[in-house]
Design a protein. Structure first.
Length: 738
C-alpha cells in the first residue's frame, strides 16, 4: 500500500513538472476558454469577428496562428527537457499537440454557445469530451499510418490535406455562418493533428547511417542555420552523436523555416495593428486577440528556452528591468495639448452660481409667463459601461430631444457621468449643437457604433508591457490609443471632429446663442480614492467640498482634448491605466461614483440654497416655479446579487480586493439614493428622479460592456429604445411641462 502511494506521489510530481513546463500554453488556453465562453464581451467580439467575409478570413488566419505557435513553441520547450523526457516521454511528446488541438476546441465551444443561444455545462462538457475522444482515437491511428507508410505516400496525403484546407477555408469565408464554422472547424482540427503527427517522417531525407554527408554544408549561411537548429532542438545537458544531429537538422530545417516565416508574417501584421488605427479596425479585435496570444506565448516560451539554455532566469531579469525602468520613465502621463490661448483659461471659469444666474436670465421670458406653474430644470446622470453605456445614453437623449421638439435641451442644465456615460453625454452634446434634430439619433448612433476597442486592445496585449523600457514618446500607451480611436473614425462626422477639439473651446461659447449645459466628467484620484471632476465650470470647494478640479492642475498654455477628458474618466484598469498629471493619477469615475450623482447632488443643494435666499427676499420671485428633474440613464442588470459562501483561501488572500470591488456599486447606489431622497424632501414626496434602464426588471446581463459592440447587440438596443415604458412616460412628461 505504501509503495503504491509513493508511486502515485512520484507520478503526480512528474505530472506537475510537465504542467509547469507547458504552463504558458496552458495559461493562454485557460484565458481563451474563460474569455470566449464565460464573458459576454468575448462572445460579442467573436460575433463581430464574423460580421463579414473580410473579418472572417482574419479570424481563421488568427486562429491558425495561435494554434501553430502554441504547438510549435511548446514543442521547442519539450525538446530542451531531456531529463524530464526520460520520466514522462508520452506527456512531453503529446502535450504540445494536445494544446494546439484544443485551441480549436475552445472556439468551437464559443461558437456553439452563440448558435444555441445558451451557455450550459452540457455544451461545454459535451464538446470537451468529444475532443478528448477524438484525440484519443485519432492520435494512435495517425501514428500507425505514419509508421506503415513511406515518406512519399505521407507527402501525398499531406498535399491532399492542404488542398482540402484551402477549399474548406474558402467555404467558411464565403458562407460565413456559425453553423458552417461548427461543422468545418473539427475537420480542420483533425487535419491539424494528422499534419503534426506525420510531419517528422515527411521531413526526413535518406541519410547514411555511417557518415555525415559533406555536401550538406555548402556555405557559411547554411552552416549557421544548421548550428541554429541543433542549438534550438538539443538539450545542453545531453550530447547527441553527429549522425543523430544531422538527422535532426534534416527533420527540422524545413518545418522551422516555415514556422519562422509564418511567425514573421504574423509579427508584421501584429506590428501594423499596433501602429495603425485604421489597420487594427480593419482586422477587428478577434484576430488581434489570437495574434496577441500567439506573440505573447511565443515570446514567453522563447525566454524560457533561453533560460534553459543559458541557465539564467531571463523572466526574472525581464521583470527586474521593468521595475528599474519604471523609476526613470512615466509611460502613462495624460496627453496634453497646447492651449490656443496663452492665458490660464481654466483658472477663470464661471462658478456654479453665476453660471446658473446667466442660464436663468436667458429664460426670463419663459419664467415670466403667468400661465406657467412650473419650470423644469433637467439634470442627466449617465452610468459608466463603455460603449454600451455611451450608445444607450446618447440614444436616449437624442430620442428625448427629437420627440419633444427641442423642449428637453431648452431646459437641460447639466450632463454628468462616468466612463462610457461621459462619452454618451459628450457625443449628444456635440451632435445637438448642429441643430439637426431629425438626424441627431443617426449621428450619435453612427459614431458610437464604431470600433473603439481594437486599437487600444492591441497596445494592451503586448507593447504596453515594454513601455517602461522604451524612450519616451516612441510609443504611447493604450489610453492614448483609445483617445485616438474616439477622435478618428472611418467616416468622420461632427462628433469625431468635436472630440479632436481642446476642452477649453467649450468655455468660448457664442454669446448670440443660449448657454450650453454644464458638463461633468467624473474621475477618481488613484492615490487616495478622492472624487475628481473635469468640467466647464469651476469646481470650487465651497460648493463641491473635497472634489478635485482636474483642469486646475494644468499649467499656463496647457490643454487637453475633449477625447482625452472623456478617457480620463474612463480609465478602468486593467484596460486603461491611471493617467498622470503632476504626480496625481486619475482613474475611472466609477470607482467612487459611477453615475455622477454626487456632483449633481451638491449642485442641487447649492442651487436650492440660491432659490431659497431669493424667495426670502421676494416670495413671488419666479424662482419658485423651478423644479429640478433628474434623469438617470443606467445600463446595469437589475437582478439581485446572490450572496454565497466564499472559499477560505479567497477570504484570507483576496478579501480586501473583493470588498473594494463590491464597494463600487454600493458607493454609487448610496450617492443615487441620497440625491433621490433629497429631491423627495424638497418636493414633499413628489418623485422627480426618473431612471431609464437598458435592462428590464430581473433581466440577466445580455449586453456587452466593451468599447466595441456587435451589430447584433446594437439591434437589440435599438429595439429596446422604442419599447421602453419609462422613456415613453418621460417624453410625455417633458411635453406636459410646457
Amino acid at each position: 500500500m505504501i509503495r503504491r502511494i509513493n508511486k502515485f506521489l512520484q507520478r503526480l510530481a512528474i505530472l506537475l513538472q510537465v504542467f509547469w513546463v507547458f504552463f504558458p500554453g496552458i495559461l493562454f488556453l485557460a484565458i481563451g476558454y474563460v474569455f470566449f465562453t464565460d464573458f459576454i464581451q468575448g462572445t460579442d467580439i467573436l460575433i463581430t469577428g464574423l460580421r463579414s467575409r473580410q473579418t472572417a478570413l482574419f479570424f481563421i488566419i488568427g486562429l491558425f496562428f495561435w494554434a501553430l505557435i502554441t504547438w510549435y513553441t511548446s514543442r521547442l520547450i519539450a525538446y530542451n527537457n531531456d531529463n524530464l523526457f526520460h520520466k514522462a516521454k508520452e506527456e512531453l511528446y503529446k502535450t504540445p499537440r494536445i494544446l494546439g488541438f484544443f485551441c480549436f476546441t475552445i472556439i468551437i465551444i464559443a461558437l456553439s454557445i452563440i448558435k444555441f443561444e445558451q451557455n450550459t455545462s452540457f455544451i461545454h462538457l459535451t464538446i470537451i469530451f468529444l475532443s478528448i475522444i477524438l484525440f484519443s482515437i485519432l492520435h494512435p491511428l495517425f501514428e500507425k499510418i505514419k509508421n506503415k507508410n513511406d515518406r512519399n505516400k505521407l507527402l501525398k496525403y499531406r498535399k491532399i490535406i492542404w488542398l482540402v484546407y484551402i477549399l474548406l477555408v474558402i467555404v467558411m469565408v464565403v458562407i460565413n455562418s456559425i453553423t458552417t464554422y461548427i461543422i468545418i472547424l473539427p475537420i480542420i482540427q483533425i487535419g491539424y493533428l494528422f499534419v503534426v503527427v506525420t510531419r517528422r517522417k515527411i521531413s526526413q531525407n535518406n541519410i547514411s547511417r555511417n557518415k555525415l554527408p559533406d555536401h550538406l554544408i555548402v556555405n557559411k549561411a547554411r552552416e549557421n542555420y544548421r548550428n541554429l537548429i541543433i542549438w534550438i532542438f538539443t538539450d545542453k545537458a545531453r550530447k547527441k552523436d553527429p549522425l543523430k544531429k544531422e538527422i535532426l537538422v534534416q527533420t527540422e530545417k524545413n518545418i522551422f523555416f516555415l514556422f519562422a516565416s509564418f511567425s514573421f508574417i504574423g509579427l508584421i501584421v501584429y506590428l501594423s495593428a499596433i501602429f495603425s488605427l485604421s489597420f487594427s479596425r480593419y482586422i477587428t479585435s478577434l484576430p488581434i486577440i489570437f495574434l496577441s496570444f500567439g506573440i505573447l506565448l511565443g515570446a514567453g516560451n522563447i525566454l524560457a528556452l533561453f533560460s534553459n539554455k543559458q541557465k539564467i532566469n531571463f523572466h526574472f531579469l525581464f521583470i527586474t528591468a521593468l521595475v528599474i525602468g519604471g523609476y526613470f520613465t512615466e509611460p502613462h502621463l495624460v496627453q496634453l495639448s497646447k492651449s490656443k490661448s496663452q492665458k490660464e483659461v481654466y483658472q477663470s471659469r464661471q462658478q456654479l452660481k453665476s453660471y446658473f444666474q446667466d442660464w436663468m436670465l436667458e429664460r426670463t421670458a419663459l419664467l415670466a409667463e403667468t400661465s406657467r406653474i412650473e419650470f423644469p430644470i433637467y439634470f442627466v446622470l449617465a452610468d459608466g459601461g463603455a460603449s454600451r453605456s455611451a450608445y444607450w445614453t446618447a440614444s436616449i437623449l437624442s430620442r428625448l430631444e427629437k420627440e419633444t421638439a427641442g423642449l428637453f435641451t431648452e431646459n437641460l442644465f447639466c450632463l454628468s457621468g462616468a466612463s462610457g456615460g461621459s462619452l454618451g453625454n459628450m457625443a449628444f452634446y456635440a451632435a445637438y449643437q448642429q441643430n439637426k434634430r431629425d438626424s441627431l439619433l443617426g449621428e450619435v448612433q453612427h459614431y458610437l457604433s464604431n470600433d473603439f476597442l481594437s486599437f487600444p486592445l492591441v497596445r494592451l496585449m503586448g507593447p504596453d508591457i515594454l513601455l517602461p523600457l522604451l524612450p519616451a514618446h516612441i510609443l504611447r500607451d493604450r489610453a492614448v490609443a483609445l483617445e485616438q480611436a474616439m477622435k478618428f473614425v472611418p467616416k468622420e462626422n461632427s462628433i469625431s471632429l468635436f472630440m479632436q477639439k481642446n476642452f477649453s473651446e467649450l468655455l468660448n461659447e457664442d454669446p448670440t446663442k443660449r448657454k450650453k449645459p454644464i458638463i461633468c466628467i467624473n474621475c477618481t484620484r488613484m492615490q487616495d480614492g478622492s472624487p475628481a471632476v473635469v468640467s466647464n465650470i469651476e469646481i470650487n470647494k465651497e460648493v463641491f467640498g473635497g472634489r478635485i478640479d482636474v483642469l486646475k492642475l494644468l499649467n499656463k498654455g496647457e490643454d487637453i482634448s475633449i477625447a482625452t477628458s472623456v478617457v480620463l474618466g474612463a480609465r478602468f484598469p486593467y484596460f486603461s491605466p491611471a493617467g498622470g498629471i503632476k504626480n496625481q493619477y486619475f482613474v475611472d469615475g466609477g470607482y467612487f461614483d459611477n453615475s455622477g450623482a454626487g456632483v449633481v447632488h451638491e449642485m442641487i443643494l447649492e442651487l436650492q440654497k440660491i432659490i431659497n435666499d431669493s424667495l426670502k427676499l421676494n416670495p413671488n420671485h419666479f424662482y419658485k416655479k423651478i423644479k429640478f428633474h433628474v434623469i438617470h440613464i443606467t445600463n446595469q442588470p437589475s437582478e439581485e446579487i446572490k450572496i454565497q459562501k466564499i472559499h477560505p483561501l479567497i477570504n484570507d488572500l483576496a478579501a480586501p480586493i473583493k470588498t473594494i470591488i463590491g464597494s463600487y456599486a454600493s458607493q454609487t447606489n448610496i450617492n443615487d439614493l441620497r440625491l433621490y431622497k433629497n429631491l423627495l424632501e424638497i418636493y414633499k414626496g413628489d418623485t422627480t428622479y426618473q431612471k431609464i434602464n437598458l435592462y428590464r426588471s430581473k433581466e440577466t446581463d445580455s449586453y456587452p460592456m466593451n468599447w466595441s459592440i456587435s451589430d447584433q447587440s446594437l439591434k437589440k438596443m435599438n429595439t429596446r429604445l422604442y419599447k421602453h415604458d419609462e422613456l415613453d412616460k418621460l417624453i410625455l412628461n417633458v411635453k406636459k411641462d410646457y
